[in-house]
Design a protein around this ligand. Structure first.
Ligand SMILES: Nc1ncnc2c1ncn2[C@@H]1O[C@H](COP(=O)(O)OP(=O)(O)OP(=O)(O)O)[C@@H](O)[C@H]1O
Ligand SMILES: [Mg+2]
Length: 272
């Protein structure tokens, strides 16, 4: 297994956000975590990338215990992340934002830059535009492109489809599949469970800090409980599951980065 998450417990102060999550991601897989708001999906990703400390449990990557490794070292080790809320540097150009993704690398990143532009032609068209003035969907592309610049072995994606118009949602999922075909392992968190399960190999269902189900993604698409709870309950037209859902709290106007600066897409919601 490339990534092994073993019985991790994580707290925010006294609040137990993760109560013993065990999950793994094999080389070449797309694995998705699905679950309701507050289930612990973001916390799981943040713990893997080193942004949240473990209370107990272990994380192994590439055979090594990385439980207490610093976040920037994990990036160098091959764990790439496009954070929830995107985290674009608003005053830097698109190209500078992409270059920041390769900042920690010592070697030449021009090949990865070309690849990012190939995956996201929109970014190539807008190289010199300030990151903060890109639309919400474009910023999402930029965040993924920037994560790829570090040549990750595994890419952690937190809600890449959040706030995107339906056409862009399709595009983002297609691009995630393409990234995976090019050899990058993917751990994907999504509210958009239907689409996530369609592109994933395996999935874990999280409920209030615990894994309540794990199975091949295709099995969960047919699972009546999963359908009822996460896929709109309708066995027929599953594509419409999230169509009319309003933007979620944490995607809404006034969203801020960890450092408190606005993300710059306030008010865009899902209307781009
Ligand atoms: N900074 C924080 N301080 C206190 N509690 C937090 C903090 N961040 C998350 N939590 C709590 O931890 C639990 C898990 O949150 P997390 O963000 O991981 O959920 P999630 O599955 O990503 O939800 P969503 O689908 O809404 O993004 C929730 O109960 C949440 O309230
Ligand atoms: Mg989340």
């Amino acid at each position: 297994m490339l990534l092994e998450i073993e019985d991790i417990h994580v707290h925010y102060g006294k609040i137990a956000a993760l109560k013993g999550i065990t999950a793994s991601v094999d080389q070449g897989e797309i694995v998705t975590l699905i679950g309701a708001n507050g289930a612990g999906k973001t916390t799981t990703l943040k713990t893997v990338s080193g942004l949240r400390p473990l209370t107990s449990g272990a994380i192994r990557f590439d055979g090594k215990d990385i439980s207490s490794m610093r976040g920037h070292k994990r990036v160098l080790a091959g764990i790439g992340q496009a954070p929830e809320g995107r985290g674009i540097f608003p005053g830097m150009t698109v190209e500078e934002n992409l270059q920041m993704g390769a900042y920690a690398r010592k070697d030449d990143a021009s090949k990865e830059l070309a690849e990012a532009y190939e995956l996201f032609p929109r970014l190539a068209e807008r190289k010199s535009q300030a990151g903060g003035t890109m639309s919400g969907g474009e910023q999402q592309m930029l965040a993924i492109g920037r994560a790829l610049m570090a040549k990750p072995k595994v890419l952690l994606l937190d809600e890449p489809s959040m706030g995107l118009a339906p056409m862009l949602v399709q595009q983002i999922f297609a691009i995630i599949q393409e990234i995976n075909r090019r050899g990058v392992t993917v751990l994907l968190v999504e509210q958009n469970a239907q689409q996530a399960l369609q592109i994933a190999h395996r999935a874990y269902v999280l409920e209030t800090g615990r894994v309540v189900k794990s199975a091949p993604a295709a099995d969960l698409l047919d699972d009546p409980e999963v359908r009822a709870a996460y896929l709109g309950g309708d066995l027929g037209d599953a594509a419409a599951t999230r169509g009319g859902t309003p933007p979620r709290d944490d995607a809404g106007p006034g969203d801020t980065r960890p450092d408190g600066t606005p993300t710059g897409d306030a008010g865009k919601g899902s209307a781009e």
